[in-house]
Design a protein around this ligand. Structure first.
Ligand SMILES: [Zn+2]
Length: 289
């Protein structure tokens, strides 16, 4: 465990928010940077220390934080449904129409490669990069995808390779060095290229729910961005905001849910989307010419 200075602004003064136990019963502290407001686990486990939280069970066993068999068709379809909705709302498909054939993309933290697969099927030269072994094997063997097993920051292309699109789907909150990652992404984008970032959003729902908030998963999630905070960090690096949305109320549907529950969920989901208070967010930024 290591006390770190704020990844966003470098400040070293923090205010306490909460303490929470991990799935392995280790206690972690979540704090907020006094200067820029970024919420983060601090002290942080090192890169090596978090490895044990990403064993194969993370992807195959039902827990309150992992997945109920990430490799099943059911989860794959659900993930595709969500990112397709996000892409529609972000205006991605309109932008995609303006691109030339052979457009290229890399998904950072691509897990089993579902998004890489989706774009490959739409004619993209699509690749992914992921650190966890299980999903990389699945992406390569089952889907036949071009996926590197590496840490994006260590991955060296000599900065020669440039992409039209780089995506971070629910992965920035897992990274030890999100700012450095965003900077590297900026360098790897072609002028006019786009980055799409989705992550849980530290807003009103997170504040009300505290340590019981559905995305307060320590130490897997190391950083918790506010909508404003993430926009300001990306703009500080040079990206220009194109579109953004928030969604999700935290009510989860079950098959046996009552009509009342399902209606409540429907209206609450609609309400948080309209009022822009969802606890998930997706943003698309442009690297200008
Ligand atoms: Zn800060």
């Amino acid at each position: 465990m290591k006390l770190i200075s704020c990844n966003n602004c470098g400040a070293e003064k923090f205010s306490f928010i909460l303490e929470k136990e991990s799935s392995l019963n280790e206690l972690f502290t979540v704090v907020k940077c006094k200067k820029c407001g970024l919420v983060q686990v601090n002290p942080q486990p090192t890169f090596e220390e978090v490895g044990k939280y990403y064993s194969d069970e993370y992807f195959t066993k039902r827990t309150d934080r992992g997945y109920d068999n990430y490799y099943s068709d059911k989860i794959k379809n659900e993930i595709e449904r969500v990112f397709t909705l996000n892409l529609q709302d972000l205006g991605f498909f309109e932008w995609e129409k303006t691109l030339y054939a052979g457009r290229s993309t890399i998904d950072v933290g691509c897990a089993a490669g579902y998004f890489v697969n989706f774009l490959r099927n739409r004619g993209w030269d699509a690749s992914g990069i992921e650190i966890a072994e299980g999903p990389v094997n699945f992406a390569r063997k089952e889907l036949g995808l071009n996926v590197f097993r590496n840490d994006f920051l260590e991955w060296d292309t000599g900065f020669s390779q440039k992409f039209d699109l780089i995506t971070l789907w629910a992965s920035i909150e897992h990274l030890h060095k999100p700012k450095e990652t965003l900077k590297k992404i900026f360098k790897h984008l072609r002028p006019g290229g786009r980055i799409i970032v989705s992550t849980c959003r530290y807003g009103i729902l997170a504040k009300i729910r505290g340590k019981n908030w559905r995305y307060m998963n320590v130490p897997e999630h190391l950083y918790y961005y506010s909508l404003k905070g993430l926009i300001s960090q990306c703009e500080g690096i040079g990206f220009k905001l194109e579109s953004r949305l928030t969604y999700g109320s935290g009510m989860t549907s079950r098959k046996d849910a009552s009509l009342f529950f399902r209606l409540s969920k429907y209206f609450l989901d609609r309400f948080v989307k309209i009022t822009n208070q969802g606890d998930m967010m997706a943003l698309m930024f442009k690297k200008e010419n």
